[in-house]
Design a protein. Structure first.
Length: 313
């Protein structure tokens, strides 16, 4: 049976020609819109050459863009680590055979998947600011990390659940056959395989976390977007500052996408086998006991052979 799943028929000559025409029309429309936007910005004086000279000033990078990039990467890394832990725990909970574990985990995952990330950031920021649990200077970071963790952790939990369900049923049956419980089979056999298979999708989820971190400007988090806005106000070049910030985001996202593609290629090339297959016959130690009798005599013969080898050595 073929492992390839065909979701639709292959397009014929007419369909391919139609797709090519629609592609060309779409590209032309996008280019027309882009040219129109650039002309409007030029007429408004937002693309004057002197506005780009600010990015030749080291202060623009050391005081604005680099601190903003550090803030973006900090929120992204912390959120990815926490979201990964959240996703594995609640994904495994959704796979539990115990309904008292499975149902609450399902409610939590579905709830945080449905709530917009910005609302969760604002709610978490307000909660931390009003409660006084932490220093006020880190409340924006905590609000951003909380929103990103809850949403992306819920998405990762669904990836874990779907990855385990995509495994052959024989994996679970083999674990139960050797005496493992459902929980031990899930933790020791199914989850490791599912996480390896989903690694490209998990890495690609970094793109979502990286982009959504820009929403932190709503809770005054000093990320790349915040400092780009500040840079535009300081040098009177708001549009060029946003364009440079967009280019930085594109470069970061492109790097993450290429990393996901590299990991996927490595996983496809790597084959996991139990061990090399040989035609050698197993070595059988002959003892002195008869079939069905005690193996004590055979054990004594084996011990004697070992002692003789030691004396020879």
């Amino acid at each position: 049976m073929s492992v390839q799943s065909v979701l639709f028929d292959a397009p014929g000559p007419r369909a391919r020609a139609r797709h090519a025409v629609l592609t060309v029309v779409g590209v032309v429309l996008v280019l027309a819109v882009l040219v129109g936007v650039l002309l409007k910005l030029r007429d408004a004086g937002q693309l004057q050459p002197y506005m780009w000279l600010a990015f030749l000033d080291p202060v623009a990078w050391t005081a604005y863009l680099i601190p903003g990039l550090i803030g973006t990467l900090m929120a992204t890394v912390v959120s990815v680590v926490l979201a990964g832990a959240f996703g594995v725990v609640f994904g495994a909970g959704r796979l539990s055979r115990n309904p008292w574990i499975r149902r609450p985990c399902g409610i939590v995952v579905e709830f945080f998947r449905a709530v917009p990330v910005l609302i969760m950031m604002i709610f978490a920021f307000q909660m931390f600011a009003r409660s006084g649990w932490f220093v006020s200077s880190i409340n924006p970071l905590l609000g951003v990390v909380t929103g990103l963790t809850l949403y992306n952790g819920s998405v990762i939990a669904e990836l874990v659940r779907s990855g385990v369900h995509a495994l052959p049923a024989g994996q679970r049956e083999a674990g139960l056959a050797i005496g493992l419980t459902d929980g031990q089979t899930l933790r020791n056999i199914q989850l490791p395989q599912a996480l390896v298979a989903m690694l490209p999708a998990l890495i690609a989820q970094l793109v979502v976390v990286l982009k959504d971190s820009a929403l932190g400007i709503a809770v005054t988090y000093t990320d790349l977007l915040f400092w780009s806005k500040t840079l535009g106000s300081a040098y009177a070049n708001t549009v060029p500052a946003y364009i440079v910030a967009a280019v930085i985001y594109i470069i970061l996202n492109y790097a993450v996408i290429k990393l996901a593609e590299y990991v996927e290629r490595r996983l496809r090339r790597t084959s996991h086998v139990a061990g090399p297959i040989t035609n050698a016959e197993p070595t059988v130690v002959q003892g002195g006991g008869e079939p069905g009798a005690s193996g004590a005599a055979g054990f004594e013969d084996l011990r004697g052979s070992v002692e003789e080898m030691r004396h020879r050595a």
